[in-house]
Design a protein around this ligand. Structure first.
Ligand code: DQA
Length: 150
């Protein structure tokens, strides 16, 4: 299984940005955590972060024929980007959305997720554990799908 983990704007500032909301875990810590989970689960992973909407769209498009699953935290673009939603729909790869914070307990403008409309499931409000849950969900989803094919 090849997994692409895609992180949006300001997630590179984890550990520094709003620690009361996002905690003290740094982006480097998050990357190590994802790598450890994927190694344990026997998943080949590519981890990517960008602050630019078009670069995120390019990254999603590059997953076509190159990734079996996408785990995405589009960060602020979650709530604004129809381009990211369209890219996810275009590649049509099993996708899970993740948010560190509970977007539904925050400002009303965070309650709408465009990316979520193309996702099988969303994990939110569980910090970096949400990434682990998303990875395991995608692994199980693909295993079940492959079983049905046999
Ligand atoms: C976030 C939630 C978004 O509303 C916010 O803009 C982010 C991070 C999260 O992981 O909780 O940058 O996606």
């Amino acid at each position: 299984m090849k997994l692409s983990v895609i992180n949006g704007p300001n997630l590179n500032m984890l550990g520094i940005r709003e620690p009361d909301v996002y905690g003290k875990v740094t982006y480097a810590d998050l990357v190590s955590y994802i790598e450890e989970v994927c190694e344990r689960e026997g998943i080949e992973v590519d981890i990517f972060q960008s602050n630019h909407e078009g670069v995120l769209v390019d990254k999603i498009q590059s997953c076509y024929h190159n990734a079996d699953a996408i785990l995405i935290n589009p960060a602020a673009y979650t709530h604004t980007s129809i381009a990211i939603l369209d890219a996810l729909k275009a590649v049509d790869i099993p996708t899970v959305e993740v948010h560190l914070s509970d977007i539904y307990q925050r400002e009303a403008f965070r309650h709408c997720s465009y990316a979520g409309m193309a996702a099988l499931k969303t994990f939110y409000g569980e910090g970096i554990v949400g990434y682990e849950k998303g990875i395991c969900y995608l692994k199980e989803y693909l295993a079940k799908k492959n079983k049905r094919r046999k």
